[in-house]
Design a protein around this ligand. Structure first.
Ligand SMILES: CC(C)(COP(=O)(O)OP(=O)(O)OC[C@H]1O[C@@H](n2cnc3c(N)ncnc32)[C@H](O)[C@@H]1OP(=O)(O)O)[C@@H](O)C(=O)NCCC(=O)NCCS
Length: 161
């Protein structure tokens, strides 16, 4: 697809025509995302086709219990730093065109770059069951303990990429 660009969410971005099929994500981008960004709670990056926002992801730092990452023998510390992709969505009209993948790669690239200056070992996502295959396809593995979370958490080890 032509004419695509990713940049920081701006106050005047118009998401009024945006719908990804999950109302909580639509509500977040229309009502909360910019306020959260201004308040230093999550940063949101928007994928534009021309001037039209067609997708987004939000990221924030997170801490993960080492014991939950079962395929690493031992970190030697109780918890490890991670980047949490807190939300990721593509407008329904543009799904199935590799735009979700482009957003996920951008988030992973951002985390990898960050990890060169501030130690950060993992990328994590809390995935709805219907999207789990999307993350598994991109190398994410499930954390077995659900904890207090509503949805299972998946992780990618930044040292492996
Ligand atoms: C999940 C979502 C972001 C995927 O975006 P997308 O642009 O439609 O996906 P892409 O076209 O980039 O797909 C890339 C690959 O992942 C696969 N894939 C996409 N969604 C998938 C799913 N739900 N389950 C399994 N595989 C999936 C595609 O088949 C494609 O594989 P291919 O390269 O072999 O053809 C999008 O469907 C969406 O916004 N859904 C609603 C919100 C949501 O569930 N967000 C996830 C956070 S909980």
């Amino acid at each position: 697809m032509d004419d695509l660009a990713i940049s920081h969410l701006k106050e005047d971005d118009d998401f009024s025509g945006f719908s990804c099929g999950e109302s909580d994500l639509d509500d977040f981008i229309m009502e909360d995302a910019f306020r959260n960004q201004r308040n230093g709670l999550t940063n949101t990056y928007v994928l534009y086709k021309g001037n039209l926002p067609v997708g987004f992801y939000s990221i924030v730092m997170e801490s993960v219990r080492s014991a939950d990452i079962t395929d690493v023998k031992s970190f030697g510390i109780p918890s490890v730093a991670a980047v949490l992709v807190a939300r990721l969505a593509v407008d329904s009209r543009y799904q199935g065109k590799c735009l979700g993948q482009a957003l996920l790669y951008d988030a992973i690239y951002t985390a990898k770059e960050l990890s060169r200056t501030i130690a950060c070992r993992l990328v994590v996502v809390d995935s709805k069951p219907e999207s789990a295959g999307f993350y598994e396809k991109h190398g994410f593995r499930q954390i077995t303990a659900l904890g207090r979370r509503r949805y299972p958490r998946y992780y990618l080890d930044l040292l492996t990429i």
